[in-house]
Design a protein around this ligand. Structure first.
Ligand code: XMP
Length: 325
């Protein structure tokens, strides 16, 4: 399998070029896989989604997709995976709701790296268990893209929740391994995937787990998911979705006083984080229109339970990182 991008490989920038790439890959995958089955961990992120759509086109139900919901997805994300792949593309999709499993393992855990480790480790376990229930799988598909090969020796370390089981004895199918991110998006669009999936901003593998600061509690996780959904909706309405590189909310593990219905409240703050960057190594904070921020604040305070304050994080990277944990 070619692991270096040929010097003369044309950058895929148009639908025509994407269609040609797709036709070529469909033939290549069919030749590689024959009538065998292929397994894919489908997170709903850009890379795994594009690989899923490409492989469904090439081998249909010989592809078995496993979507693990770790309970730390954004609002509507798992539902979208099911809707697009199972309902829309008739994919062979196994959906595992492992929310309770993850949240009980995370009980009492406050340290960010410990949280990441647990989430990554458990993801591998759940995926491994599902894989061992299946028979006749010969191949493992991965959404490895070219920067993964250049930056981490071919291991899709930062993008997956922590990689996949190392001892899996499968041959790899990696149809987008020579593509840059922007090319993967063009190919995804040519395959008919919706813009909100293909143009999606980066979302860390541990998901909302690193934005629900400290110990992850269900009530704060709920406030986080709902406030994040409001932020996304209002940014979208204001035409900011494709202008701001990454934006999300954070719910810290401390409270502040408030007043609600004439009574003293003791509620959580919600922090809005929005950044622009080229490579995520440094980042600046966009000057969001005051009316947009006010609208988001009003909605969060009115619609999200247990929240009495909304803050906008003005800190560039560095010294602040993009995520809070
Ligand atoms: P920081 O917070 O380091 O984030 O400035 C830089 C970019 O990386 C993303 N990020 C992660 N992605 N697993 C991931 O897959 C992680 O554990 C993780 N932590 C940070 C972050 O969202 C930002 O885009």
């Amino acid at each position: 399998m070619l692991n270096k991008r040929p010097d003369d490989m044309q950058r895929i920038t148009t639908k025509e070029l994407a269609d040609a790439f797709i036709a070529e890959q469909v033939a290549e995958v069919r030749a590689q896989v024959g009538d065998k089955k292929v397994l894919l961990a489908l997170s709903g992120g850009v890379d795994s989604s594009v690989v899923a759509a490409l492989l469904i086109k090439a081998i249909g139900k010989q592809l078995v997709c496993v979507h693990v919901n770790h309970g730390l997805m954004r609002k509507g994300e798992s539902e979208q995976v099911i809707e697009i792949f199972r309902d829309g593309l008739d994919a062979n999709l196994i959906y595992v709701d492992a929310t309770d499993r993850f949240l009980s393992l995370l009980e009492g855990v406050t340290e960010p790296e410990a949280k990441r480790k647990i989430i990554g480790g458990e993801f591998i376990k759940v995926f491994d268990e599902e894989a061992s229930k299946l028979e006749g799988i010969s191949f493992l598909a991965q959404g490895t893209i070219y920067p993964d090969i250049i930056e981490s020796d071919g291991v899709k370390a930062h993008h997956n929740v922590g990689g996949l089981p190392e001892d899996m004895q499968f041959e790899l199918v990696e149809p987008v391994r020579l593509l840059y991110k922007d090319e993967v998006r063009v190919v995804g669009k040519a395959l008919g995937l919706p813009a909100n999936m293909v143009d999606r901003q980066p979302f860390p593998g541990p998901g909302l787990g690193v934005r629900c600061l400290g110990e992850i509690k269900r009530d704060r996780l709920h406030s986080l998911r709902e406030s994040d959904a409001i932020l996304r909706e209002e940014f979208d309405k204001a035409g900011l979705t494709n202008k701001v590189w990454q934006f999300f909310t954070v719910v810290p593990d401390f409270r502040s006083t408030g007043v609600r219905d004439g009574k003293r409240a003791w509620d959580w703050p919600v922090i809005i984080r929005a950044v622009n960057t080229v490579d995520a190594m440094t980042a600046t904070v966009p000057e969001i229109d005051w009316a947009v921020l006010k609208k988001i604040t009003d909605r969060i305070l009115a619609e999200v339970p247990g929240v009495c304050r909304v803050l906008y994080d003005l800190s560039p990277k560095g010294p602040a990182t993009i995520e809070w944990e």
